[in-house]
Structures are given as C-alpha cells and as structure tokens.
Design a protein around this ligand. Structure first.
Ligand code: IPM
Ligand code: MG
Length: 363
C-alpha cells in the first residue's frame, strides 16, 4: 500500500472551508482503495498566523513541506493585511521556493454550467493555460525611492531568463503534444515589449523544432482576449508569461461559467520539490464562514493532484463525481446561481466516489 504525504494549507477566508472539503474527498477515495492511503499534515499559515507572529509562515516553513508528496492550498488574502504581504509571504514563497515553474490551468465548460458565451458550444471551450510561474513580471525585482516626495519613483522590473523561458515553453509544447489536438498558442507582446518578449518569441521558435507534430501559432495578448471570446474553438493549449496568463486565466474561468470551479497546479515538473494544487478563486471574505463556498475548484485541483501522483483511476473518478454534481442544478452553489451549501456539494461528491469506487479504483 502506497502512502502519500499531503500537506494542507487552508490559508484565509473560504480556503478554510474548501480545503477540508478536498481532504474529505481524498479520504473517501483512500477508504475504498487497497492501493494507496494519505497521511495529512495541516499548516495554519496565513492571515491569522500573521496577526500572531508577524509573518505569514515560519522562516523554516519550506522545510516542513519539503518531504511531502503534494500540497493542497486554499487561498491567501485578508482584508486587513496588504495583498502584497499575504501573496509574497506565503503562496509565492512556496511557488518560488520550490521552483514550481509551470502553473497549469485547465478550463472547460462542465455539464450543467450556464456559461456566458451564447454562441459557444461546451465542446468549443477546452483549454489548458500554462502560466510561467517563477519569474517574469512576478520576479519581485524593483524598488522605490524618494518616498512621499513629489519626485517619488517606483519600478517593477520583469525578468526573463533564457533558461526560465525555455523550460516553460518546452513544458507547454510537451503538454500540447499529449492532448488530442496537439495545438499550442504562444501568447506574446513582442510588438510593444521589444526585448524580453522578442527573446520569448525566438525561444518559442527554437523549442518548436523539437515538437514537429505540434501545430502552434503566436498571438498578441490583447488579441488573445478577443479570440477567446470570438473563436474559442481555435484554442487548445495556451502558454503565456506570469502576468499575461494571470489575466487570461481569469477570463478563461469566467467564460467557463464561474471562478469557483477553476483549478490550478503549481508544478515542479522535475519533481525535485512537492507541487502545489489550489483553486483559482481567492479568499472571498464576503461569504466566508457561511458554508456557501463552491468546493468544486478544490475538487478539480484534487484531480490534478491525483494525476500528478500517477493515480489516474482515482483522478477520473473524482472528475466524474464533479461532473455529476455540476450537472445537477440543485447542487449549484451561489456563484452558479443556486443555493446549495459547501457541505451538500461535498457529500454528493463523496457519495459518488463511494458508489463508483469499486471498478474505478481497481482499474
Ligand atoms: C492567481 C491570483 C494571484 C496572482 C493573486 C492572488 C496575487 O490572481 O493565482 O491567479 O496574481 O498570481
Ligand atoms: Mg489571477
């Protein structure tokens, strides 16, 4: 029997509700599997920890995570703490500390979801966005001088390294190659950003030669937003810089019907460190503590975690459970226009897992 060591970090707001829901689904799987079990360790890092200790996580926090097989993360963000502190003090510290350079964001219109694009059939929108997750606009390079004076100055310098660009583009080409359509769109802005993005384009061309069976094209990031709305079926795998993909992935999630559904994997493809899985939504303080959060984004993140661990049968089972739930409007939470609770959706997913575990987990 295989044991996977999973760190759970609920973080702030509704993260504290959806991460336990994700853990419940994992426990429902393990209860019916002869092949694997989970060993969980929970970390109470985030805004409350910051109020007590003055930091979002302890200085040696990464060491506590280092030997885990995966991390399930909720959200970081607190209305009483500046966003750049919550972000840099926890989530980015883990992503960058563990060199999780490939951020993967699948988007589909799940059964039963009323998506806003009226001319788009659900099958037309099946994308995976690969976000560069270690440098670029999020490199953290810059500073401020003359603070509070009329001549105040501030810089945020985007850093692109050849090695960093090459590895994420290679990851994206490989992912595109593994999908049925073998289609990749490389997002750029090399018309305006005439140094780093020109290098990005050059490296895309170089890496593309390793993947002759992948069809690829380039799209400027602004034009890409229009293309996502007007010609969704022309896209499949998409790769973009840290900030470009941040923006495009919110648009993608909205076009698929709700931010509450979308998942993310922060991957170290070389598996030197644990990878981290999280719903794309934020801490949503307006609904926190009410049991109204949509746990589907976390369940889908759990699917990505299981895929990463190589448990493909279990991953498919959880994805089927999610699709059963979304297909049933009485199990829609508020973000989808329904009034189901986190607990009702979680129970339905766990029941589906229990009912279908036999053939699925034996396979
Ligand atoms: C995301 C989020 C974060 C980001 C926020 C919370 C800083 O929007 O994961 O897309 O911009 O990276
Ligand atoms: Mg974002």
């Amino acid at each position: 029997m295989k044991t996977y060591r999973i760190a759970t970090i609920p973080g702030d707001g509704i993260g504290k509700e959806v991460v336990p829901a994700g853990r419940q689904a994992l426990e429902a799987l393990a209860a019916r599997s002869d092949a694997f079990r989970f060993e969980f360790e929970n970390f109470d890092w985030g805004g409350d920890y910051y109020r007590q200790h003055g930091v979002m996580m302890p200085a040696d926090g990464l060491d506590a995570l280092r030997d885990k097989d995966a991390i399930l993360f909720g959200s970081a963000g607190d209305p009483h703490i500046p966003d750049h502190i919550t972000l840099w003090g926890l989530r980015l510290k883990i992503c960058q500390g563990f060199d999780q350079y490939a951020n993967v964001r699948p988007t589909r219109i799940l059964p039963g979801i009323d998506a806003p694009l009226k001319r788009c059939k659900p099958a037309d929108l099946d994308w995976v966005i690969v976000r560069e997750n270690s440098e670029g606009e999020y490199a953290g390079i810059g500073g401020r001088a003359h603070q509070g004076h009329p001549i105040e100055v501030a810089t945020d310098v985007s850093i692109m390294t050849r090695a960093g660009v090459e590895r994420v583009l290679r990851f994206a080409f490989r992912l595109a190659q593994s999908r049925p359509r073998k289609l990749l769109t490389v997002i750029t802005k090399s018309n305006a950003q005439r140094h780093a993005m020109v290098m990005w384009d050059e490296i895309a061309l170089q890496v593309s030669r390793e993947f002759p069976d992948v069809k690829w094209d380039k799209e400027l990031v602004d034009a890409a937003t229009a293309r996502m709305v007007n010609r969704p079926a022309s896209l499949d795998t998409i790769v973009a810089t840290n900030l470009h993909a941040d923006i495009l992935s919110d648009l993608a999630a909205a076009l698929a019907g709700s931010l509450g559904i979308a998942p993310t994997a922060n991957l170290d493809p070389e598996r030197r460190y644990p990878s981290m899985f999280e719903p794309i939504h934020g801490s949503a303080f307006d609904i926190m503590g009410k049991g109204l959060a949509n746990p589907v984004g976390t369940f889908w993140s759990v699917v990505m975690m299981l895929e990463h661990l190589g448990e493909t049968g279990a991953a498919k089972l959880v994805m089927n459970a999610i699709e059963q739930v979304t297909a049933n409007p009485s199990l829609h939470t508020g973000d989808l226009g329904g009034n189901a609770t986190t607990a009702q959706v979680t129970d339905a997913v766990c029941q589906h897992i229990a009912a279908h575990a036999r053939p699925a987990l034996a396979a």
